[in-house]
Design a protein around this ligand. Sequence first.
Ligand code: 1GP
Length: 241
Amino acid sequence: MEKLESGKIHMTLIDPETSGPDGSGRIAEQACEAGTDFILVGGSTHLTVREMDQATMSIKGRCSAPVIIFPGSSSMFTKYADAIFFMSLLNSRNLEFVVGHQKKASTIVKASGIESIPMGYLIFEPGMTAGRVGDAMLIGKNDFKDAVEYAVAAELLGMKLVYLEAGSGAPTPLSAEMVRKVKESVDIPVIVGGGIRDEKTASKIAEAGADIIVTGTVAERAENVSKTLKPIIDSIRNIKS
Ligand code: 1GP
């Protein structure tokens, strides 16, 4: 929240399932060099506590940015992270993703003492793996009313952030119009991710009102992560809310 007072934020998503512990550390190191603000560790597929621990320790050893867990299930926890998105997939038809995993993880997360950030998570078309695994009733590209209603519900439920997700690796990201309509309707910060691969797209989405931009795949696939992420990160820095 403090960081948001001085401008837009960039988060780098690292999925240890794809990158492994060493690869996760390598991506984090270069993302840090490029100026990313936070590392998200996690993804839609299942990871054990041990895998989360190894990847997070590798990331923490090579990058000073705070690490936030982005869980796909109740077992995706590590005490080595700085915080966790305690998130609810509001448009899932499966109660497990709305509140079941949260119930299972609740006492462990609380006892760990790590910061828990309540977040509403909404998956839009095409949704990709997150949409399939989370059994999401995907919000259509032009279903502005649904998107706004879910986002306002997240705010009224007390969530501190709302995340608009097109799905990791989505061929196209959310439209600027969708981001603008949601942003105009809520007073909590809006995170946007899925399919953002270049500075032009990132700045368009940030200009439309996204407070936080998440990129994942572009770093996983880059030969030079730092060189690839830097223009994306720089492009959102001077955009006013
Ligand atoms: C996925 O929104 C994130 O949860 C990142 O998506 O991998 O397409 O950048 P990409």
